[in-house]
Write a protein that binds this ligand. Structure first.
Ligand SMILES: C[S@@+](CC[C@H](N)C(=O)[O-])C[C@H]1O[C@@H](n2cnc3c(N)ncnc32)[C@H](O)[C@@H]1O
Length: 255
């Protein structure tokens, strides 16, 4: 690998940019709009933590000690609280654009990791879900569509489930989640925070959704943001009894 030496002028520029961003931090607000550069007061960013007894850590997921993680019984999922360090850039995205967020102090960011395919206890490096500003901002678009009978596909950290259940316009929620183990391990932690009647269906959303009737379905089962339009269009075609479908990563396409 080629080693790149920065000139003193380049180092100064990076340092000044860092200082400018740290000085311009504003409090987090659940309605905050996406911008390519977000600078947030760390103390104001406190996402929901389902296992408050755990110690936050910035160690790699595979090196966390027992006080820093909670594993599902068969080690298919690992929950932990990432300690995101002050001033470190975190990627954000919106439609086809990307950007970054920094905080002016360390922040706890809950995350859930899935095990590698067929290897319980060995973890994928990237989480299935983490409560970063990018996740919260991009999910909010779907949450705002929720009314009446709402289907939520994908439990993850239950963020959207909690937010949807808080909406006055929502009467009942149906959760469709592929993993029985995740439902058994994680759902009890968030149930006390759900404000509406909940039905849980364990199964593949692509098979279950076409059998359901609802006002809105919010689908967040995709590993990547973007590129999910074809899958959503196919679901739209196969779900005639669901009035509106929204897919994470197809933010511009409310079907
Ligand atoms: C990114 S997470 C969802 C995050 C969630 N929206 C939140 O607010 O925390 C994706 C979830 O979808 C589930 N999942 C993946 N494929 C699925 C499928 N085909 N049917 C149902 N659930 C699926 C995963 O097990 C995981 O719980």
């Amino acid at each position: 690998m080629t080693k790149i030496e920065l000139t003193p002028a380049q180092k100064l520029e990076i340092f000044e940019e860092y200082q400018r961003r740290m000085r311009s931090c504003v409090p987090w607000d659940a309605a905050m709009k996406w911008a390519p550069e977000l600078n947030i007061v760390g103390a104001s960013y406190r996402p929901f933590i389902a296992f408050p007894e755990l110690a936050p850590s910035d160690a790699p997921v595979a090196e966390l000690n027992p006080a820093e993680h909670a594993d599902s019984p068969n080690k298919l999922f690992r929950y932990c609280i990432r300690l995101h360090r002050a001033g470190r850039r975190l990627l954000t995205w919106w439609g086809s654009q990307t950007g970054s967020v920094i905080f002016d102090s360390d922040v706890p960011i809950p995350a859930i990791f899935q095990c590698r395919e067929g290897e319980p206890g060995l973890w994928n490096e990237s989480p299935w879900m983490s409560l970063t500003p990018a996740e919260l901002i991009t999910l909010r678009e779907g949450t705002r569509l929720a009314k009446g009978r709402v289907v939520i596909a994908g439990l993850g950290l239950g963020h959207q489930l909690i937010e949807v259940s808080r909406r006055l316009q929502v009467k009942e929620v149906v959760l469709v989640e592929l993993s029985q183990e995740l439902v058994d391990f994680y759902l009890p932690k968030i149930r006390p925070h759900l404000k509406k009647r909940l039905t849980v269906i364990v199964g593949d959303a692509f098979a279950v959704l076409p059998t359901l009737a609802a006002d809105v379905a919010l689908v967040d089962i995709f590993p990547n943001y973007g590129g999910n339009e074809a899958a959503m269009l196919e679901l739209r075609r196969r779900c005639p009894k669901i009035k509106k479908l929204w897919g994470w990563g197809t933010a511009t396409m409310s079907l």
